[in-house]
Ligand binder design. Structure first.
Ligand SMILES: [Zn+2]
Length: 142
């Protein structure tokens, strides 16, 4: 991953904190306050609303395997499943490539936002695969 500028890193830190706050709010009170939602909207812009819909529809799956590797599968509005990796903001969708990496319009694509929200809120589905299946999934990413 390319090195981030200090300004971008600061915004990412703020975004991560907000995502964490949203998860904490949801797990302790059962809801995310309007205040947190507006802040999230401010930071993430257009991809936030579709991300919330994805979370609402429980379309985030945590995929784990015996060796401990982990990835997330997120199904967006088109019905296509995309893979998001936890260690970076990588997603296999086209808008990650164009809007996030190339044009720098958005901090994260809607799938990664949805993944982070769902995991923080404890609403992602769980799936176990074999190490072999995990390797195949990872290889399919490029
Ligand atoms: Zn994506």
């Amino acid at each position: 991953m390319a090195k981030m500028s200090p300004a971008r890193q600061t915004i990412i830190n703020v975004a991560e904190q907000l995502l964490e706050d949203a998860g904490t709010a949801y797990t302790t009170t059962g809801a995310v306050s309007d205040e947190i939602l507006s802040a999230l909207k401010f930071v993430f812009k257009a991809p936030l609303l579709p991300a919330l819909v994805i979370v609402d529809h429980r379309e985030v799956t945590t995929i784990t395997c015996p060796s401990g590797r982990k990835m997330y599968q997120v199904v967006g509005s088109s019905g296509t499943p995309y893979i998001c990796l936890p260690s970076s903001y990588y997603c296999s969708c086209p808008s990650y490539r164009y809007s996030v990496l190339l044009r720098d319009e958005h901090l994260m694509c809607k799938h990664v936002i949805a993944m982070k929200l769902a995991v923080g809120m404890g609403v992602s589905k769980q799936q176990e695969v074999t190490d072999q299946e995990m390797t195949t999934l990872l290889k399919s990413l490029e």
